[in-house]
Design a protein around this ligand. Structure first.
Ligand code: IMP
Ligand code: MG
Length: 173
């Protein structure tokens, strides 16, 4: 069963606000926006259409869930690695949701080794009460309660990514 949490309009205004914050902080720079697949593809697409500035886009595929799981397995995989040079770049990681923080802390460590000029994080949703490892979030859309959510490119077992709003996924669906 799906229970609405945020409407498409609410998400749209949060994305616009985040774009303004990023644009203000990135003046005179050409940031590299690194979208974490697959959960951030709609967020990244909407975000960059609100950014009126020079920027580049890259993607990284990273996962810690097996199919049909609602919990991180804790074993984060990166496949394949990022081949674009990040040395001296202003890298902005675009993440759909931060939960335990395991994915992001693994990724940030990996990226830091590539010697970027700066490394920041933009996440649309944050389930802070579930954090197992601390991670910095420089730009945040919404803090949400500890419940599984789908829509706006977040999935459960690869389903529901196409929903334009965000929904709680309750048992029995
Ligand atoms: P973490 O490593 O536990 O922080 O998990 C982060 C990743 O798990 C996110 O990038 C999402 O892909 C996925 N995830 C965490 N919570 C949810 C959720 O409520 N719905 C869908 N995906 C989620
Ligand atoms: Mg993700």
């Amino acid at each position: 069963m799906l229970q609405p949490l945020f409407t498409p309009e609410e998400i749209k205004s949060a994305v616009e606000r985040l774009a303004q914050e990023i644009q203000r902080d990135c003046q005179g720079k050409t940031p590299l926006l690194l979208g974490i697949l697959k959960g951030s593809f709609i967020f990244l697409a909407d975000l960059i259409r609100n950014l009126d500035m020079p920027l580049e886009v890259e993607f990284a595929a990273l996962s810690s869930y097996g199919r049909g799981r609602k919990e991180s397995s804790g074993k984060v995989k990166m496949a394949p690695g990022i081949h674009t040079s990040l040395k001296g770049r202003h890298v902005l990681v675009i993440e759909d949701i931060v939960d335990t923080g395991l994915t992001l802390s693994f990724l940030l460590e990996y990226l830091q080794r590539k010697k970027p000029a700066s490394l920041k994080v933009c996440a649309l949703f944050d389930k802070a009460s579930r954090r197992q490892v601390p991670v910095p979030i420089d730009y945040l859309g919404f803090s949400i309660p500890d419940a599984f959510v789908v829509g706006y490119s977040l999935d459960y077992d690869e389903k529901f990514r196409h929903l334009p709003g965000l929904y709680f996924l309750k048992e029995g669906s």
